[in-house]
Design a protein around this ligand. Structure first.
Ligand code: 6GU
Length: 267
């Protein structure tokens, strides 16, 4: 397997390497075939030394469940980590993954994802590697998973699609970055123009690209206000058109969420 200096390398360590088989498919699989990214999945049990290949033990202080042993993780990570590697640890207690974080990770050279199962990895492991590396615990949302593997899949897909040349159609990334104003996307339609008595909005068939653009920006804001009012706060007005800024102000006021309202200061 070849490797060039600018290539993103991702190592994943798990006791269920088969869980990461989806990485052979689709966009990530193709990016790996084209050598745009290297993804290597390792079995944590390869670094055990006992006959039973033990990876966990009972927690100090008592309590339910098992904790993953620091010595096994230490041997695995000493082998896989390089100077400059960024260690990522899936955890419901971590920083919630968002698009900005994915963009930053896509700039890294080497990501190592340490997937814990059971009640997690002995806390000294993160503490130890923080002495010489960047270590980031990340969550994919406010719910509990049994282990970090599915979170690793999510993170890898979010990051790899941002690696240059991975998306077949660079226009979709440009359109997306236009929309990095932080709104949700406008609703989309394709043929036929009438389906089960439902019509496509007339403006989209008008051929007037100025009008279509205005309509989509407006719909994006309305949709954001309706389903993710929390995102209205994060929108950077400098990235909006004048019309959009005026609509944003109205939507925030209607939601009682404009900067000067008492509602906003309570959050
Ligand atoms: Cl990253 N890991 C686990 N185990 N549970 C989670 C999570 C991660 N994100 C949300 N819940």
């Amino acid at each position: 397997m070849t490797h060039h200096d600018d290539q993103l390398v991702i190592d994943v360590i798990s006791i269920f390497p088969e869980y990461l088989q989806p990485l052979d498919l689709s966009l990530v699989g193709k990016a790996r075939e084209k050598d745009l990214v290297r993804v290597d999945v390792h079995n944590l049990r390869d670094w055990t030394t006992d006959r039973h290949r033990t990876v966990d033990d009972t927690p100090y202080g008592g309590g339910a469940g098992m904790v993953m042993k620091p010595d096994v993780w230490g041997r695995a990570l000493d082998d896989v980590m390089q100077p400059g590697s960024h260690l990522l640890i899936p955890s419901p207690a971590g920083r919630v993954l968002d698009q900005r974080m994915a963009e930053q990770l896509a700039q890294d050279e080497h990501l190592v994802i340490a997937c814990g199962r059971y009640e997690g990895i002995d806390s000294r492991v993160a503490e130890h590697y923080r002495q010489a590396h960047r270590v980031t615990e990340f969550s994919i949302g406010d719910y509990v998973l049994n282990g970090g593997e599915s979170a690793a899949l999510v993170l890898i897909e979010a990051v790899v699609r941002l690696v240059p040349q991975v998306l077949g159609n660079p226009e979709s990334i440009i359109e997306e970055s236009h929309n990095i104003s932080g709104t949700l996307e406008a609703p989309m339609y394709t043929k036929p123009p009438t389906w089960r008595d439902l019509e496509v909005p007339e403006v989209l068939t008008s051929g007037n690209h100025g009008l279509i653009d205005d309509w989509r920006r407006e719909q994006a804001l309305i949709r954001t206000a309706r389903v993710r009012p929390d995102l209205l706060q994060k929108i950077e007005p400098e990235r909006l058109t004048k019309k959009q800024r005026e609509l944003l102000f109205r939507l925030k006021t209607e939601a009682g969420q404009d900067a000067d309202s008492p509602e906003a200061s309570r959050n």
